[in-house]
Write a protein that binds this ligand. Structure first.
Ligand code: CA
Length: 246
């Protein structure tokens, strides 16, 4: 199982800084997207801390050396550690009080033809397979809760005035619940990890079209996705694409 990785990030048109962080490590076989929040550039600090901590842990114990269960435990433990580190730093440094970040991390298990995701917040992971786009993660947002409760239709959630309200993020409290998503990897699979600056601006049909068009040259997909979003880009945009080679 061999994968190709490509990534793009864009500040967007309205934000003075980019508080998104990503890591795409082809050698170790993982990708991370984190979308920070907090004043005084603290959001940038939080998202960078989360991405770097995940990367450090995964490089120290590469997924290829682990069983699926061990990888899940490693991803969850690293996410908890990132949460504590951000929370404690926000507690210690007044200008970083209340900083937080989303975190979505996908790691491949090459000897098991499988992958695992650890996820907190509203960044997303998608799978494009056999022409179909599937969202792998569930947003930890107020609007998603309303959708699940039947009080909002999915189409109403996008662009909702409260669309940015997170129900979970790293760094906000001493403990956080971490979602784990499990799946198998097949040749030709395209995985997209993105911040809400992308998924909040373009619908899934547009995302599917961009991924399908970029399929032969997956390295172009993140840049195309960012370009499609930039016109209305009032948020930072980050897209990372992993393709399993056939
Ligand atoms: Ca964002």
């Amino acid at each position: 199982m061999i994968w190709d990785l490509a990534a793009a990030t864009d500040r967007g048109r309205r934000r003075a800084s980019n508080e998104d962080a990503f890591i795409a490590d082809a050698e170790t076989g993982f990708v991370v997207v984190a979308d920070g929040m907090g004043g005084h550039a603290a959001g940038e600090v939080a998202s960078r801390m989360a991405a770097d901590l995940l990367a450090r842990r995964l490089r120290a114990t590469p997924p290829a050396s682990l069983t699926p269960e061990e990888l899940e435990d490693a991803l969850v433990a690293a996410t908890h550690a990132a949460n504590r580190a951000i929370f404690e730093r926000g507690d210690r440094e007044p200008d970083k009080a209340g900083m937080g970040t989303t975190l979505t991390a996908l790691a491949f298990l090459p000897h098991h033809d499988a992958w695992r995701i650890a996820h907190v917040g509203d960044s997303r992971a998608y799978l494009h397979r056999d022409g179909t786009l599937t969202q792998l993660t569930t947003d930890h947002t107020w609007v998603q809760q309303q959708v699940q409760a039947g009080r909002l239709r999915p189409a109403e959630a996008r662009g909702h005035p409260f669309a940015n309200i997170l129900t979970r993020a790293l760094g906000i409290a001493g403990e956080v619940a971490v979602d784990v998503v499990r799946g198998d990897a097949r040749p030709g699979d395209l995985y997209l990890l993105c911040s809400d600056g992308l998924s909040g601006m373009v619908n899934d049909r547009t995302l599917a079209r961009i991924l399908a068009a970029a399929r032969p040259r997956a390295a172009r997909a993140p840049r195309r996705a960012a370009a499609a979003t930039r016109a209305g880009g009032d948020d930072n945009i980050t897209a990372v694409v992993a393709r399993i080679r056939g």
